[in-house]
Structures are given as structure tokens and as C-alpha cells.
Design a protein around this ligand. Sequence first.
Ligand code: EPZ
Length: 430
Amino acid sequence: MYKYVINGGHVLRGSVAVSGFKNAADGILPAAIMCGEPLRIENIPCIRDVLLWFDIFREMGVSVKTLNAHAFEIDASSVYTGNPPFEHMRNMRASYYLLGAMLSRFGRALVSLPGGCDFGDRPIDQHIKAFEAMGATIEVKGGVITAETEDGKLHGAHIYFDVITVGGTINAMLGATLAEGTTVLENCAREPHIVDVANFLNSMGADIRGAGTNVIKIRGVKKLHSCSYAIIPDQIEAGTYMVFAAATGGDLTVTGVIPKHLESITVKLRETGVTVEEFDDAVRVTRTGKLRRANVKTQEYPGFPTDMQPQFAAMLCLADRTSTVTESIFDSRFKYTSELKRMGARIHVDGKVATIEPAGELTGAVVRACDLRAGAAMIVAGLVARGTTEIEDIVYVERGYEDIVGKLRAVGADISRVKVDPPAGALSAI
Ligand code: EPZ
């Protein structure tokens, strides 16, 4: 077990390179097992979620060959479907993409109900609705989803999502790729990683049009072929470093990004008085004056991303006047505010709205990462707090941020990753 120890008050200066997009990799890696030929995927981030995918692959007889730190050859020419690695699947949300991938290629799937960050109820009814519309029979029992098809294939269907769901959109796209006939998905999510998964599938010979809009049309193909593909840069990692820079009053260039994907974050940062300069594949974030208040409301893309909500709220604790943050995607994504209050934050949560009073300054404390982006929010607070902050449960953070300690230290942060001693009197391993 490890924790982060941060001595606050250091301004971030310099440049930081963004890794491949976790949420794109979480869709592209399961999609890779729909192909019966070896393929090359590049710009894969070195994070726990990816290592978990590779563990799942090895249990399923899918070979993973390391080409370099961020490039791998995946060979799913033979996939063992007899004994799914439920334990691994339970450890992340994205394992539900195995439903679409396995149904698409094999006409059947056995997947455990997904795990993932706890923001209240996170149903998968829309995923199930899509697969049933495509002819699958789905049973959920004992924490396991069993999906079967009558003739070993999914069939094209016209599906209208009742809610805009990133996972449902990607999963249905996977299922429709090798289905008999054409599928039309309506009321789709439009996130950049949905486009990335569609581009990857099309690189393997799929026929998907409209990804990135709210209507996606997929003409089923017989099989997929090998390809070489590079994952897009991580929109949320980039946004997180932009907030790190803004909160510390620094001057940070975030490189290897697609500025268009960051537009809603850039606009909101500018509202708080932060300067954001955009270049072809980089953004430069500087703050010299005080931080101004802002009102944030999370929306589906291209709105302000819910995955940036905790980080932004932590920064707004330092604003000159009262700000509000409205979480409109998830039921309860404010658990982290109780950890921020341990550092002196003045936040009141009422349902979907957090009201953030100026805290003046934050002070270091022992806190924990409640989930992936909550952990990033605690780092924002630790970087600006007076004194030392210790962040526990950092395993969540390392699910989605590659080498966050190395990247932050390189631009001036005083942060280290320290082994946690077992509590005194703890039973030693027998
Ligand atoms: C994806 O989760 C991301 N995870 C999340 O990122 C992100 O917060 C979320 O999209 C929204 O952008 C991955 O890509 C692995 P949804 P997902 O389905 O697909 C409801 C991070 O920090 N819903 O778009 O689970 C749902 O309850 C993680 O990187 C249904 O009602 O999100 C929620 O209120 C956290 N029924 C809303 O839709 C369904 O069948 C959006 O969820 C599916 C979803």
C-alpha cells in the first residue's frame, strides 16, 4: 500500500506530456479481441486499468506482446471463453465492454457485473436494452451477466437510448460491428473516445458512420482484419494538469493534446481569470492574478466533463467569491467534498449542487482518494495547501493517471509516493 505525500505551495512551471486516453483504451482494448489477427495498438497509457485488461486477456488466452512502453501487439486469434476471469472484471467498470465484443464475435458472453468508481447507482439497463434489441437473451444472476443468441449472431436493430450513455453507446457499437445487417443507434453520446473506438474498429474493416454525433449507423461486416492504431491523447488527464497549473498560479504547457477536446475546460478556466493559450497540439496555462469564482455545470460532451468536476471544485475553494458546481450526470459525485473539508474547504452540498465559499487557504491533512477523479482533486488541494498533505488509497488515482508523481515533480511539485506502514498492532501475515 502506498500514499502520496505533498508539501504544498510550489508553483508548477514547465511542460508536461499527456498520455493516451484511459477511457479510449478501456473501449479499444476489449474491441481488439473481436479481431482474429494480430494487431498493433500504440499510445496505450501505462495505468492500472490497462494492466487489468492485460490480466483479463491472458486469462482468456489472448496474447499481449510488448513492443515498447506504450505499444503492444494483441493477438486474439484464439480466445478461451470457458472460464471468464470474473475477479478481474469486477475490478473495473469498463469490463462490461466484453459483452459487446464477445457477443459480436462469438454470439455469446459471460461477464461479471462491472465494478468501477462509486458515484451512486450506475445501471447498465441501456446496454442490455441494446443487446436484446439485437437479438441477445440476457440473464443477470449472482453478479454475472449471461448473454446468448439463437443463431450465434447478433442482428441489426434500430435503438434509441433513453439516456445519453458513453458506455452504452460504445458497447452497442461493438455488438453491431459483426452483427448480421445494419444497426442505427440514436441519442448517442458524442465523447471523443467514442469517435476513437469507432475509428479503431473502422481501421479493422468495420463500417461505422456518425460517431461523435447523436446518430451512429453500423453496417455489420463478416470479420475484422489486422491494423495498427494509435490512441488519442487523454482529454481528462490534460484537463487535470491545466487545473493543477491554474490552482498553483503556475505557467504550464500541456503537450500532445487535441485542443478542441479541451474547449469546455479552457472556456471555464478563462472565466476564472486564468490565461489559456492554444497551439496545434498543446495548451499553455498561466495564472498571475487572483482566481475568480465560476459556476460549473457538468454536461455530456461537448459540455463540461463530469470527470473534471472534482478537480475544478477543489480549485474553486481558492476563488475570491462563492462558486457553484452542479453535477448533472451522476447521482452522487460529491463524496470527495468531505475530504476537502478536512483541509479547510467550505463546501455545502445540496443534492446535485455544491456551493463553494472562499476558503482563503487550505491546510495540509491526511485524506483519502474516494475514487479516480476525487483522488486528482485531493492532489489539487495538496499542491496549494499550506503544509503537508498525505493522500491514501492512491490505487484509484493510478488506475487513470500515468506516472503522476514523476510528471508533477518534473514541473516543480514536492510530491512523493511513500509506502504505508501497516497500522501498529495490525495482525502480521500468518
Ligand atoms: C464513462 O462511464 C466513463 N468511464 C466515466 O469516466 C465517465 O464519467 C462517464 O462515461 C461519463 O462521461 C469509462 O469510459 C470507462 P455513462 P459510463 O454510461 O459509461 C446513466 C473516469 O473518471 N446510465 O455515460 O459508466 C448513468 O447512471 C470515469 O474516467 C444509465 O442510466 O457512464 C449515468 O447517470 C468515471 N443506464 C449516466 O447514464 C445505463 O445503461 C452516464 O453514464 C448506462 C448509464
